[in-house]
Write a protein that binds this ligand. Structure first.
Ligand SMILES: [Zn+2]
Length: 204
């Protein structure tokens, strides 16, 4: 368990890395701290699955050192749940921490209630002053409840260990090297259309 001073230090580093303050950051720091406590001793590296593409991803990258670049972090961006699972690479034993909506007291912590139920006033999205005030309120409310907000569970992650290294293939259309999911793949996913994220601009 990290001390308050250590968590504050993480919070400052994460805010800098994230390039902006976000109400979820402090909640995220506590979630990750909680997951680390419950996970305890591991036999291999700690790997992470974050179920959202939001600020929680940056919390994990700074606090646990699991990044998308070192492949210790998997972000399930399409799932969109504010939850994190940390697990042992050796056996997949893990701990999942999520936000328990049923534990949010609407009277005691109204802004947290609105935040997680996506019921904050629409102006919060566009008005920076209101956004800041709402963020400050969420932090203040969170201080009064802390980990009470979370649901924790022990889990076994289905696929663990080192990921297989995919064979490199040369695409027969663009002629660039790419990672082939199947040995029979002859084209990269850009050329098949699956990952075609840009349109080339032709020089005139
Ligand atoms: Zn190609």
């Amino acid at each position: 368990m990290y001390t308050e001073a250590e968590k504050d230090k993480f919070f400052r580093r994460i805010t800098e890395f994230h390039t902006k303050d976000a109400p979820g950051l402090e909640i995220g720091v506590e979630m990750v701290d909680c997951a680390l406590d419950l996970l305890g001793k591991v036999h291999d590296k700690i790997l992470a699955v974050v179920e959202t593409s939001a600020c929680l991803v940056d919390v994990v990258q700074i606090m646990v050192g699991c990044t998308t670049g070192n492949k210790y972090l998997q972000a399930l961006t399409n799932l969109g749940r504010f939850a994190v699972t940390l697990y042992d690479r050796k056996d997949g034993r893990g701990v999942r921490v999520s936000v328990d909506l049923s534990k949010i007291n609407k009277e005691k912590t109204p802004e947290i209630h609105n935040f997680f139920n996506r019921k904050r006033a629409i102006e919060v999205e566009t008005n920076m002053e209101l956004r800041k005030a709402s963020g400050a309120l969420i932090k203040k409310e969170f201080k009064t409840i802390g980990r009470e907000l979370f649901r924790t569970e022990k889990v076994n992650v289905k696929t663990f260990g080192k990921p297989p290294i995919l064979p490199a293939q040369v695409c027969n259309k663009c002629e660039e090297s790419f990672l082939a999911k199947n040995k029979t793949d002859e084209m990269c996913e850009f050329c098949t259309g699956t990952a075609e994220y840009y349109i080339p601009i032709k020089d005139s």
